[in-house]
Design a protein around this ligand. Structure first.
Ligand SMILES: [Zn+2]
Length: 208
């Protein structure tokens, strides 16, 4: 089993800093997020200058890190994808990669809202280990193949949009993970005890 670990690092916005050298971003599809992030940062800095020093500084928000273990490829990965509220392109690209369609090798962006949801689930469940992933992004070809094989696979699955993952948390009852996901009211929750995973997506709130 091949196991490899990469650490996420800051990327978006770093070219705007005088202190950091620019970092190559392997995910060009995220560059628009970077520009938005930079614009927001610039606007914030302008306010800090214009609004004076009387306002207390906003506390830094802790970085968000996720660890996944792909049960399909054997790969493991830890990446920081958000820091001070800003998305980090490099960390996102690494998470996109480990959550790729392992059958075809297709890599697509995974929704940041889904990553935030999984991050919150980790906290609610107080789960620190890498999260085993059964399925992340699915290409149209893979989803069509699976849908033809099983009526339980939706033809318009949120996996196609990078908005769903199938996960478990070893050592925790699967029903506990399902209930924790339901309690967040953030999207779809599918319970598959026979296959030992919970489907989590950031589509409309629903469950099955
Ligand atoms: Zn699923």
């Amino acid at each position: 089993m091949m196991v490899w670990v990469l650490l996420g690092r800051a990327c978006i916005g770093s070219s705007a800093s005088q202190e950091l050298p620019s970092v190559s971003c392997p995910a060009p599809h995220r560059s628009s997020l970077g520009r938005r992030g930079f614009i927001a940062l610039t606007a914030g800095a302008g306010c800090a200058l214009a609004c004076g020093a009387g306002r207390p500084a906003r506390a830094a928000r802790p970085a968000r890190e996720l660890s996944f273990h792909s049960l399909r490829t054997g790969e493991s990965l830890t990446a920081v994808y958000r820091e001070n509220g800003r998305l980090l392109a490099d960390g996102l690209a690494q998470l996109d990669y480990i959550l790729r369609d392992y059958r075809t090798g297709d890599v697509r962006p995974i929704a940041a809202g889904l990553l935030d949801l999984v991050h919150e689930l980790k906290q609610v469940m107080d789960y620190q280990d890498p999260i085993p992933v059964i399925s992340g992004y699915r290409s149209p070809a893979t989803n069509a193949m699976l849908a033809a094989r099983s009526k339980r696979v939706a033809k318009n699955s949120y996996h196609l949009r990078g908005m769903a993952v199938d996960i478990r948390m070893p050592g925790r009852p699967l029903a506990e993970l399902r209930d924790a996901t339901l309690s967040l009211h953030r999207g779809g929750v599918g319970y598959y005890p026979e296959s030992d995973f919970v489907h989590v997506d950031v589509g409309p709130v629903r469950s099955w």
